[in-house]
Design a binder for this molecule. Structure first.
Ligand code: TYD
Length: 132
């Protein structure tokens, strides 16, 4: 049974609010080469629909919530990210889709590599072929 790989970050929270620190090769299991974020996602929008050959990523809903479909080619699981103190590890060769974004959702993603279209597998059939 595939399980989502969550990373629970230490929260420094007091009367002033909360703070989370992300550090490469510490609580993020790779060197961080790129950060991007997804926001203002309209209702009923689904994004992603790809896997990466080599890239590793950690996704964090720094605001709001969204759901993930994760598919390793054998099994599909769904999970929801709704805390700025929780990261979801998206391994290489994991098909992923994101949906059910709240209006206020800001989904931040830390990535182990620079943007490289050649690292994407954008066809589901192609993904299954690469897995098997
Ligand atoms: P896209 O891959 O469609 O996003 P999603 O996986 O959420 O569906 O990316 C949208 C656009 O942004 C596309 O034109 C490529 C560009 N982009 C970059 O230039 N750099 C990046 O780091 C990312 C993630 C996307």
């Amino acid at each position: 049974m595939m399980e989502p790989k969550y990373i629970h970050f230490k929260e420094f929270a007091d009367g002033r609010g909360g703070l989370v620190a992300l550090e490469q090769n510490q609580n993020i299991p790779f060197e961080i080469k790129r950060v991007y974020y997804i926001y203002g996602t309209p209702e009923n929008t689904r994004r992603g629909f790809h896997a990466h050959k080599d890239l590793e990523q950690v996704a964090i809903c720094v605001k709001g919530a969204c759901s993930f479909l994760l598919d390793d080619g054998r099994e599909k699981i769904e999970c929801r990210l709704d805390s700025p103190a929780t990261g979801l590890l998206i391994d290489r060769m994991l098909w992923h889709e994101m949906y059910d974004f709240t209006d206020d959702c800001v989904l931040m993603v830390l990535a182990s590599g620079l943007y490289d279209e050649a690292d994407y597998i954008r066809g589901y059939g192609q993904f299954l072929k690469a897995i098997n």
